[in-house]
Design a protein around this ligand. Structure first.
Ligand code: URA
Ligand code: CA
Length: 451
């Protein structure tokens, strides 16, 4: 087999065999095939695409490039979830203990967020003492005891993706549907769960700006998961405005605790119950996603989900007292309001700009690295559809710099751009666009309280 011929075949629109794809990925992982050839291959895929069969073979080849975690020692179907990422997406922190409280073991392996806003691991790092760097054995032990664990992806998982993603990032080939789907799904397959729920975000703050693109990505990933023998479904949800009110590590942990206490924002609560219902269904713990959601609403109301969060934090060496005393979380030195300069209805609250405001305050990671200040961030007091009087507070900035300093000014400017006001109320935006299961795609388009 010659790498040149494989590249040529894809460049000319041909369909690659499993052997050809396997040869390419194995050689690239070992270092016998150079970056220049994989760059050309990635660009050929970008323009020519891949069939479902090719995409599945690529995913399996990538998943098999490193360690494949086995969770078979834990009894019962183990479920994982993945979000394509958004701003202030606190869902994982709520979902993991919530689903575990219904008796479904959750083993969540999180990557270190690729985007600039912090990932789930960064948020959990706000809990004093919390460790996400557990070994696979420790993770299994935690899941066996508490029914839930959230850990960082180990170094040995999917080395092919580590190399290929870095290459795509430098060669304008990140936004290729088969390459994105294979990248995400290879990591999920290697992480070992039996069932997987994908949350594919769409809107301003998401990778996929339009629902059609999000549905297409969801369909491809569900076909991969199903093809690899895992129960897989996807929900397509809105990232038009940030989820909940908190954006920032400690602020989002606080928001998760409030949600688990039944006092959280309506959108975050609704989405957590909706997704959790699907996870119970995929793990065969509920006859339908709706029935799963009803089970979880009871767990939330009865305090079982909060108790589960406490247990998970304790077993991962964190200070579980934060659940009862939120003042134990890191706090910013100052809180400064951003006030409306005129009255009106909020008809847009751009998620991406809010994310950049939190980043300006130190609550995110600039490209390549750097540390995240767990205490800083933004609280959105007003959201889409709300009316605001001139002089009323739109949002609060949580700062660890002087209130007049450059980061504060930059964050305020970005937030003012994020909010757009109009004279008339706008309808509540859809929170959920639909779902994809093994039978195909389904549109349901509804707001927080409707389904
Ligand atoms: N997330 C991933 O893990 N990989 C991609 O290629 C895009 C998003
Ligand atoms: Ca949030």
């Amino acid at each position: 087999m010659r790498v040149y011929d494989i590249i040529l075949k894809k460049r000319n629109g041909g369909e690659l065999s499993r052997e050809e794809i396997g040869y390419l990925i194995a050689g690239y992982t070992e270092g016998t095939i150079p970056d220049c050839q994989l760059s050309a291959f990635a660009m050929a895929v970008y323009f020519r695409g891949m069939s479902h069969r090719e995409t599945l073979d690529l995913t399996l080849a990538m998943a098999g490039s490193g360690e494949m975690v086995s969770l078979s020692g834990i009894s019962g179907p183990i479920v994982d979830k993945h979000s394509t990422g958004g701003v202030g997406d606190t869902t994982t922190l709520v979902l993991v203990p919530l689903v575990a409280s219904a008796g479904v073991p959750v083993a969540k392996m999180s990557g270190r967020g690729l985007g600039h806003t912090g990932g789930t691991l960064d948020k959990l790092a706000a809990i004093p003492g919390f460790r996400s760097d557990l070994s696979i054995e420790e993770m299994i032990g935690t899941v066996e005891q508490a029914g839930a664990a959230v850990v960082g992806q180990t170094e040995t998982l999917v080395p092919a993706d580590k190399k290929l993603y870095a290459l795509r990032d430098r060669t304008a080939t990140v936004d290729s549907l088969p390459l994105i789907a294979a990248s995400i799904m290879s990591k999920k397959l290697a992480a070992g769960a039996d069932a997987l729920l994908l949350d594919v975000k769409t809107g301003d703050g998401a990778f996929m700006k339009e629902p059609a693109g999000a549905f297409a990505l969801a369909e491809t990933m569900v076909r991969i998961g199903t093809g690899a023998g895992r129960e897989t479904a996807a929900v397509i949800t809105s990232m038009e405005q940030p989820l909940g009110r908190a954006v920032g590590s400690a602020l989002e942990v606080e928001e998760a605790v409030l949600t688990l206490q039944g006092r959280g924002p309506a959108d975050l609560t609704a989405l957590s119950l909706f997704m959790g219902g699907w996870m119970l269904f995929l793990a065969q713990k509920a006859a339908s996603p709706q029935e799963g959601r009803e089970q979880l609403a009871k767990k939330l109301a009865g305090g079982a989900a909060l108790e589960k969060f406490r247990e998970m934090i304790r077993l991962q060496h964190g200070d579980a007292a934060i659940v009862d005393d939120l003042s134990l979380l890191p706090r910013a030195a100052a809180t400064v309001p951003v006030q409306a300069r005129r009255s009106g209805y909020i008809h847009r609250l751009g998620a991406e700009l809010v994310g950049r405001a939190a980043l300006a305050l130190g609550g995110g990671r600039r490209s390549g690295g750097g540390s995240i200040d767990a205490a800083v961030g933004v609280t959105l007091v007003k959201k889409r559809g709300d009316f605001v009087e001139s002089g009323e507070t739109l949002a609060q900035l949580h700062l660890n710099c002087a209130p007049g300093a450059a980061p504060a000014a930059a964050a305020e400017k970005l937030l003012r751009e994020a909010y757009a006001l109009g004279p008339a109320p706008t309808p509540e935006p859809a929170l959920i666009w639909g779902y994809v299961d093994r039978a195909g795609r389904h549109s349901i388009q509804c707001g927080g309280g409707e389904y």
